[in-house]
Design a protein. Structure first.
Length: 301
């Protein structure tokens, strides 16, 4: 079976490629650590060509790319489209990059040009495009990550969104503050300390600075075991408090579409359940592929 296109999700530190047939089925794939930062050193075209060859891509196969390859520091800047942004317009604003013998397009990100709430995304918008293929046109969507995105999706477009630096804050606090002596290992979604941290921070966000020090004091005084669960729960709970303040609870049914995978997705699922949200979980990687395929069909028919 011949592939219709190659689809690439190019992150800051990771690279994922799929060869897709005309129905979006995966015929071959490749993964690597050649994200934007590494590709800036070795060359974007060289990285892409190596992975296409390893996957057995035929000569001339078109390539559609989302993510950091389109950043200002990437291969070629794909300028943001502004909110409210129709996801169907992503393909129309894709930029073409020069690569001998191939038609290569990079999809744009989305910008929220609001002086009070400036924000940007690059890569997540393609996952959201993939939601449309699953019939999700209006929803409150959570995309966990180092910089978690919460998106108000309305009638097939990005109405507004917020980024929360929860993952990066966790990394900084657990590695570079006194909490590194207490927040070791990984949190589990069913850990009582994790769920308690979610509840306390979500219900009382104004006291978060005190809650964080309690993560150090509790083990010292014998009230709690050492581990990352309390810190992880507190920061995700703080994020949920911010989401409710900015975006509400998901509408009439309080539903959140959780676009994620792996352990981090399990933590967010447990936190959302704990705080009474109705959750519909969808695999983030599958959504990215579906979004890339939808854009490829719009570009090449």
């Amino acid at each position: 079976m011949s592939p219709f296109c190659a689809a690439v999700d190019w992150g800051t530190s990771s690279f994922r490629l799929w060869l897709l047939d005309g129905d979006g089925r995966v015929l071959a794939e490749g993964r690597g650590a050649e994200g934007m930062m590494a590709a800036r050193e070795t060359g974007f075209a060289a990285v892409l060509d190596q992975h296409l060859g390893a996957a057995g891509a035929p000569a001339g196969l078109p390539v559609v790319i989302c993510g950091m390859a389109g950043a200002r520091q990437g291969w070629k800047e794909a300028a943001y489209i502004d909110t409210p942004a129709r996801l169907a317009d992503l393909a129309r604003h894709a930029v073409r990059v020069e690569m001998p013998g191939r038609d290569v397009r990079i999809l744009p990100g989305v910008a929220q040009r609001d002086a009070a709430r400036p924000d940007v995304m690059r890569g997540e918008e393609t996952q959201l495009l993939g939601l449309l293929a699953q019939g999700v046109a209006s929803a409150l969507v959570c995309l966990p990550g180092t910089h978690s995105k919460w998106v108000r999706l309305r009638d097939g477009g990005v109405d507004s969104f917020s980024t929360f630096m929860t993952g990066e804050i966790f990394a900084a606090l657990s590695a570079h503050t006194i909490l590194k002596l207490s927040a070791e290992g990984e949190a589990a979604p069913d850990d009582p300390a994790f769920l308690a941290g979610v509840r306390e921070a979500s219900n009382n966000p104004a006291t978060i600075a005190s809650q964080l020090f309690a993560i150090r004091a509790g083990p010292l005084l014998g009230f709690a075991p050492r581990g990352a669960a309390g810190l992880s729960g507190a920061l995700i709970g703080l994020e949920l408090a911010g989401v409710r303040a900015r975006h509400g609870d998901g509408g009439e049914r309080g539903e959140v579409v959780l676009l994620s995978a792996g352990r981090l997705g399990e933590l967010y699922r447990a936190a959302l359940d704990e705080m009474g949200f109705a959750v519909r979980a969808i695999d983030a990687e599958a959504a990215a592929r579906a979004g890339l395929m939808r854009a490829a069909q719009a570009i090449w028919g």
